[in-house]
Design a protein around this ligand. Structure first.
Ligand code: FUC
Length: 350
């Protein structure tokens, strides 16, 4: 097992490094000290052929300019915060409005768009990178100095685990996710409409036209949001359900896990035989079927053109806009607490 590093570019005068974690089976994960971005992830299909299963760019310059959060860690708060403001202990905080009048994915210079301090991890049986970022009090409008550590660890079980840890000196909001766009066909041979997704969820959050939760939880049974028995992504793409149509014909919704605690999501591509099993301690997954990639003015790694549904994002996290819905699990972090969360991504073929 090893961790290699190479120069990948410059961001505002700082060097961008690409680390590549390789395990004993030759599975590899490449990531940047910019936004903890996963640029490439090579896993074998059922015939042992290694191909890339995430969307990314070959050149660094494309990331700050174009990236719709490809592979990045999103924070402080993933998803939208309505009207870009919230109240904590009677005080109103104004956030950067970067999605019309709302705040999206941590703002204009969220955690996905900054350089993190890094340290290589080389242990027996695993390799990885530890990322550290100190977000100052008031950054993007949030209260409190927030110190965040993210660890990417690759094992010989072909599992990549992501651990998030954060501490604050004032009450603040925290809701991290990783925004990788998976495509298990390998080197983007096909879009993800035929990928099969399976997990235990009985309800999803209804969205308004700003893509903010209305507060209503809808029963998934009998709708394209029922993945209990496994179903293809195209169910949502070709659906006439107003919720699917409204987000651009597909999914961009928080689906709530049935059980609290450990939850699993399986994503499978029948043709290549590749599967991904995501295990998380988070209470929901924002399923985004990349409904807005059509005709983007850039090409992806390998000079491949973009198109809609070319990736599936499984953004496991706390409920979006939770600060405006007291009935949702809280995403407030207090100074005496440490936020801790782990999500594991295990790849296999069958
Ligand atoms: C918005 C979000 C999606 C995704 C995309 C890049 O549409 O709602 O979840 O993050 O941006």
């Amino acid at each position: 097992m090893e961790v290699n590093e190479r120069h990948f570019g410059y961001h505002e005068g700082e060097q961008v490094i690409e680390y590549t974690l390789v395990n004993d089976n030759d599975m590899s994960v490449s990531c940047l000290n910019y936004g903890c971005v996963i640029t490439k992830l090579f896993v074998p299909d059922r015939n042992g052929v290694f191909e890339n299963v995430v969307l990314g760019f070959d050149k660094f310059e494309a990331y700050p300019k174009w990236s719709p959060y490809f592979g990045a860690v999103v924070g402080r708060v993933a998803g939208r915060i309505g009207k870009a403001e919230f109240e904590l202990d009677g005080k109103t905080y104004h956030l950067t409005a970067n999605d019309s009048s709302n705040h999206l994915h941590g703002g204009e210079k969220g955690f996905s768009l900054v350089i993190w301090e890094t340290e290589k991890i080389e242990e027996s049986g695993s390799v990885g990178v530890k990322f550290f970022y100190k977000s100052p009090d008031g950054e993007e409008g949030y209260p409190g100095n927030l110190e965040t550590t993210v660890k990417y660890i690759l094992t010989n079980d072909n599992e990549l685990s992501i651990t998030y840890e954060a501490k604050t000196d004032q009450k603040t909001l925290v809701n991290f996710t990783n925004h990788s766009y998976f495509n298990l066909s390998g080197n983007l041979k096909r879009d993800c409409s035929e990928h099969v997704l399976k997990f235990d969820s009985d309800r999803f959050l209804e969205l308004d036209s700003d893509m903010l939760p209305t507060g209503k939880m809808i029963e998934s049974k009998g709708t394209p949001f029922n993945f209990r028995n496994g179903q293809k992504i195209k169910q949502g793409i070709y659906s006439s359900n107003p919720q699917n149509v409204m987000v651009g014909n597909g999914y961009d919704h928080p689906l709530l896990f049935t059980n609290p605690g450990e939850n699993m999501i399986e994503l499978r591509d029948q043709e290549s035989g590749r599967s991904l099993m995501v295990t998380t301690d988070q209470p929901c997954v924002v399923l985004y079927s990349a409904n807005q990639l059509e005709e983007e003015p850039y090409t992806l790694s390998g000079n491949l053109p973009t198109k809609n549904y070319l990736g599936v994002c499984l953004e496991v996290q706390g409920y979006p806009d939770a600060i405006h819905h007291p009935e949702f699990p809280s995403i407030v972090l207090n100074p005496e607490e440490t936020f801790k969360s782990t999500t594991k991504y295990r790849f296999f073929s069958q």
